[in-house]
Design a protein around this ligand. Sequence first.
Ligand code: GDD
Length: 342
Amino acid sequence: MTKRALITGVTGQDGSYLAELLLTKGYEVHGLARRTSSVNTSRVAHLVEDTHAPDCRFFLHRGDLSDGGRLLSLLQQVRPDEVYNLAAESYVGASFEEPEHAGEAAGVGAVRLLEALRMSGVGARFYQAGSSEMYGAEPPPQSEDTPLRPRSPYGAAKAYAHWLTTTYRESYGMHAVNGILFNHESPRRGEVFVTRKVTRAVARIQAGLDDFVYLGNLDAVRDWGYAPEYVEGMWRMLQADEPEDLVLATGERATVRDFVAAAFDHAGLDWEKHVRFDERYLRPVEVDALVGDASRAEQRIGWKPEVRFAELVRIMVDADIEALKHEGRHWIDRPQLPAWQD
Ligand code: GDD
């Protein structure tokens, strides 16, 4: 029998890769996307095209996590076997400016979905997109046994959703898990995140369209993996016999400066000539170092990332150089984001 999945946040980087993965596995995929007056479905447009075809297995539904009634009716309509909650405002920097919104979307939104799932009686397995940002001030390496000490409104909201997911699992016997994912990137990464901001700037500087990119803290340490591999991990987590929270990470540490240097170097450029400091990109408090230990995921679900830091940098820089060539004026007319959007 065809399995059905519901993905919230389907228009994001992870949502689009997960939808593709599940379609290749034969699933019928239903995605929840926010209603906006301008088009926000570019990452899944190639999947939507065939909606009216008799063999179509990808369906977009309008709605968001602010409306519990909508979530309940959608669950009753779709009757999914698996629910992946990937919806949130995922840019940590923005959560300091709009902390209530961060709590609404990443925290309370998850609980609305859990409660709608419980009330619907549908009995689907539930995946909650947790984040290494929840570890905050705890030093690396971080694993499933590391206490959560968030340092941003976003991290605190994710921690709330993490504990509520655990509570629903323990209270109602739901097959509900938290995936604690370290940073994962790709050419589909949003332009405000540091990796994509840098690789996009490298492409533009190489093409002579810009001279500089403005960044904040270059000393932060992160563990950057490749997003398509991480969505495979999400799926594997829901196939396990017993629900269990797991860390997904590469275990490889690199600073923002390392990423910048590698990206410029790959394009034959000297980063020190093109990177400028702008204090607007500093956060009120920084999460200094996130480096994950994913050995439990390897042991329990056989998940092990193949793409390492150097290859990830190459994939992203090459993709942005290619995109710039092909998108022509569209790209040229869209310079780097103004600071208030970044
Ligand atoms: N975005 C951004 N822009 N970050 C900068 C900049 C800049 O101009 N300059 C320096 N940084 C530093 C940030 O201060 C942070 O330490 C690091 O680069 C990474 O920032 P982001 O790429 O914005 O990612 P993040 O680590 O804060 O959060 C990401 O990873 C989490 C998992 O740990 C996001 O994807 C979260 O949604 C995710 O949960």
